[in-house]
Design a binder for this molecule. Structure first.
Ligand code: ZN
Length: 213
């Protein structure tokens, strides 16, 4: 498992990548398609803002012991994405910034004992609170690529890509296909994102996977 300091640095780096992509976005830019099927860039950013608030609930849980789930229901999560995607550009960007800052501040206040407290993710997995920075880091890094701005998987740090491949492999389990190609492209492939030059071990084209995250 990635150590806490590294994961927190990935949160900062991924947030910066998103921030650079969003700088200067107007309503038309937010309305343009992302790399995720059926989602505009606005959907991606509303999801990231909602995710920061949801993970903030887990930080609160770890700090207080009060059970505060990420989302009250999948419907609530999706409604937040749909309404957020329709916000004017300046308000959507401000929501992204403010939610990211609030989560950052909350995480920096956790004590060692609180980082070890158990919380439950939206997928129903019980994890220590020290997993929260990883959960956030992979969101901001991968969705920075999904914005279809200038960021590609090849721009992400190698140690992050290695951790992401391990994480996806653990989640997809036995069904993870064995493929060959450049490490960043294999990561994109396993994440169900656009990739180039990834083949099966015998050299035939790899069968695309559904998006993950
Ligand atoms: Zn996501």
């Amino acid at each position: 498992m990635t150590d806490l300091r590294t994961a927190l640095a990935w949160v900062t780096e991924g947030t910066d990548l998103c921030r650079k992509a969003l700088a200067g976005y107007d309503d038309a830019s937010y309305g343009a398609p992302s790399l995720l099927p059926g989602w505009s860039r606005g959907h991606v950013v509303a999801h990231l803002a909602g995710n920061a608030e949801a993970l903030g609930n887990l930080v609160h849980w770890a700090r207080t012991g009060e059970r505060t789930p990420m989302y009250s229901s999948p419907e609530q999560r999706n409604a937040g994405i749909e309404s957020g995607a329709r916000l004017p550009a300046d308000r959507l960007t401000a929501w992204f910034e403010q939610s990211a800052q609030t989560l950052h501040d909350a995480m920096t206040r956790l004590t060692d004992a609180q980082w070890r407290a158990d919380v439950v993710t939206a997928q129903g997995r019980t994890v220590p609170a020290s997993d929260i920075p990883w959960l956030r880091g992979r969101e901001v890094m991968v969705h920075a690529v999904d914005l279809d701005a200038a960021v590609r998987f090849t721009d992400l740090p190698e140690d992050f890509l290695t951790a992401l491949r391990d994480d996806i492999g653990a989640r997809r389990g036995e069904s993870t296909p064995a493929v060959v190609g450049a490490p960043a492209e294999i990561t994109a492939y396993l994440a169900g994102r656009p990739y180039t030059g990834v083949t099966t071990v015998d050299g035939s084209p790899a069968e695309p996977l559904t998006p993950w995250l």
